[in-house]
Design a protein around this ligand. Structure first.
Ligand SMILES: *Cc1c(COP(=O)(O)O)cnc(C)c1O
Length: 383
């Protein structure tokens, strides 16, 4: 049916009508007082969301642009960095770092498993000459739906004392607590089309005082993504280059909605959505790809047995207008992923699970009792 598309992918995520309406206006001049007022409010709310007293820098980029800004502003050619790789986005960190001539050492884990904090701890403890300049990792690894243990890995970085910690929080920001100042995270990157409830096009980078010190001596080439330019402008409630003003209108409203809901309530909602989805998947005889104790709060990857992941996705799309994501790289065709990030409520999960059950029925899957998935999700939501 036309205009009934339901986005259940881990980005872009659904956008509230209020946000869409806020964006459907003529742009205003970005050097105007009216724009500065909006940016001042947005800046304050970004700090609140990021749990930091530092200004959060806003760039016109996708999430990868925010990651690249993190690499090029605080490191120098040949710097030794540890990169956590247990999925597509961890590998992307490694690729960006290598593209800029950094000396990358990967700490890997099998896709679907979390990074082992002890592996970081060992490398960092052995580095008595303090050559490791940064530890770089993905918090919520969207490709496998695994949440890495950022808190424990960060403790090892703090014991080292020298290295910066750089985090891809693209699908954890706005889904689970990322207490930037409390933990002392140095560079935290995220993107608008994930937990922010607005369309793609904005990237965000939070930067610690320690990282700003590293900025002074970092020597990689930078221009458009030179965060020093943004820092100066943000302090004056403006931007170095033309921002996507209509997206910022949307961001203003989305952040107001988030403040109204409250951080704790937002995190608790994502927790319930995750638990409900996982309970339903298990009740249907399908396996969540990530273990329970490291489940992403933004997305659930499902490993179906005796039934094709891509057949499930195409039936959901064609018959029920529901978009779920497929697997990436070697997981293509093996898993499918249910996004539950941002503007998603319990009703959306119940609807998606009911449609998934009907899909399984249509495809002749006999591993589940009809209704079992919805009942399991409902038990989480009303329990
Ligand atoms: C979506 C995503 C990104 C950014 O991807 P873009 O396509 O550049 O926006 C980065 N990291 C993770 C974990 C993501 O989920």
């Amino acid at each position: 049916m036309k205009d009934k598309n339901m986005l259940m992918i881990p980005g872009p995520t659904p956008v509230p009508a209020q946000v869409l309406q806020a964006m459907a206006k003529h742009p205003i001049g970005h050097r105007s007082g009216d724009y500065s007022k909006i940016q001042e409010e947005v800046s304050a709310n970004l700090k609140w969301l990021h749990q930091t007293a530092q200004d959060v820098q806003m760039l016109t980029v996708s999430g990868t642009g925010a990651m690249e800004a993190g690499i090029i502003n605080f490191l120098s050619r040949g710097d030794r960095v540890l990169v956590g790789c247990n999925g597509k986005f961890g590998e992307r960190w490694g690729e960006v770092a290598e593209a800029y001539g950094l000396n990358v050492e990967r700490i890997t884990a099998e896709w679907g498993k979390p990074l082992d904090p002890a592996a970081f701890q060992e490398k960092l403890a052995a580095d008595t000459e303090k050559q490791i300049k940064a530890v770089i990792l993905t918090h919520s690894e969207t490709s496998t739906a695994v949440l890495n243990d950022l808190e424990t890995i960060n403790k090892a970085v703090k014991e080292h004392g020298e290295a910066l910690i750089m985090v891809d929080a693209v699908t954890s920001m706005g889904a689970i607590s990322v207490p930037i100042d409390e933990w002392g995270l140095d560079v935290v990157a995220s993107g608008s089309q994930k937990g922010f409830m607005i369309p793609p096009g904005l990237g965000f980078v939070a930067v610690s005082e320690k990282a700003w010190k590293a900025y002074e001596t970092a020597n990689l080439p930078r221009y458009y993504l030179d965060l020093g330019k943004y820092r100066k402008a943000t302090a004056k409630h403006t931007t170095p280059f033309t921002p996507p003003v209509n997206l910022v209108f949307g961001l203003q409203v989305a952040l107001q909605m988030m403040r109204e809901e409250g951080l704790e309530a937002i995190f608790a909602r994502h927790q319930r959505l995750t638990q409900g989805t996982r309970a339903a998947v298990k009740a249907l005889g399908l396996s969540p790809f990530a273990p329970d104790d490291c489940a992403s709060p933004a997305v659930t990857a499902v490993l179906p047995t005796g039934i094709e992941a891509e057949a499930i996705r195409s039936t959901l799309r064609n018959k029920f207008d529901i978009a779920m994501a497929g697997g990436q790289d070697h997981l293509k065709g093996k898993i499918f992923r249910i996004g539950h990030l941002g503007f998603v409520c319990e009703r959306d999960i119940l609807a998606a699970i009911a449609a998934l059950e009907a899909t399984l029925q249509q495809l002749g899957y006999e591993g589940a009792t009809p209704g079992a998935g919805v009942a399991a999700a409902a038990a989480v939501f009303v329990g």
